[in-house]
Design a protein around this ligand. Structure first.
Ligand SMILES: [Zn+2]
Ligand SMILES: [Zn+2]
Length: 234
């Protein structure tokens, strides 16, 4: 009961003290941390039954039918266009807390609270390139991961994976070279659990997630799943 009151109080403080800024566009919003009507209209959730459960692409997905990759399931909260693109950019470049809260809660809602099926999992964020880590001082994937870990009541292992090689941003690489771009870019530092739930902000081709999953599987992890805030696959 006391916790309920604390939550109500903190929500009240949040809504009355924070600037009422729309995390999608930076314009005015009625309630702090919520989208303005225009941004709300242009936010496109990924409909679970209408997307490929292995890559978030459209159905039927011939790629995944033909080839079983190292990841069991990939979920995405939103399509990476319209408002979701703005939210991801504001989170990544400005560390915007409104965008983080909105995306983090949407990621968490993909899971049942305390789901026993995830008891053996740890949440592992895709690590940031060292140079970008120095520039920004925070990893948006780890920040998003805290929402998922809390929802599932499992640990977040921020440094289970590490970048051993700098890569070009995936968005700027040509489709064919994306896989080569991330090859041998990651290493497993330590992972104690047998199952890993990878978290990232955006999935472009899926090459980064697959490469992370590959090194985790090689290190003895039995099962890898992934969840991203936004997918660029269609
Ligand atoms: Zn807006
Ligand atoms: Zn697929």
């Amino acid at each position: 009961m006391a916790r309920w009151w604390l939550r109500q109080l903190s929500r009240l403080l949040e809504t009355s003290l924070l600037p009422r800024v729309c995390p999608g566009c930076g314009g005015a919003a009625r309630v702090a941390g919520t989208l303005c009507p225009a941004c709300a209209r242009m936010l496109e959730p990924v409909v679970a039954g209408a997307a490929c459960p292995q890559c978030c692409g459209g159905l039927p997905c011939d790629d995944c039918a033909r080839f079983r990759g190292p990841i069991g399931r990939v979920q995405a909260a939103f399509h990476y266009r319209g408002t979701a693109g703005g939210l991801v950019r504001r989170l990544k470049l400005e560390g915007d807390s409104g965008a983080l809260g909105l995306l983090g809660r949407a990621l968490a809602r993909r899971f049942v609270r305390g789901d026993a099926a995830y008891r053996r999992f740890v949440v592992v964020p895709v690590p940031l390139a060292r140079r970008r880590w120095r520039e920004r001082g925070f990893n948006q994937a780890a920040a998003l991961g805290t929402f998922v870990a809390r929802r599932l009541s499992v640990p977040l292992k921020e440094h289970a994976l590490t970048r051993v090689r700098e890569t070009e941003p995936q968005g700027s690489a040509l489709v064919n070279s994306r896989r080569r771009n991330v090859e041998r870019a990651f290493a497993v530092r330590r992972v104690s659990k047998t199952c890993v739930l990878l978290v990232d902000d955006v999935m472009t081709s899926g090459a980064t997630l697959r490469e992370c999953a590959r090194v985790l599987r090689r290190a003895g992890v039995h099962e890898v799943e992934a969840v991203v805030a936004a997918t660029a696959r269609r």
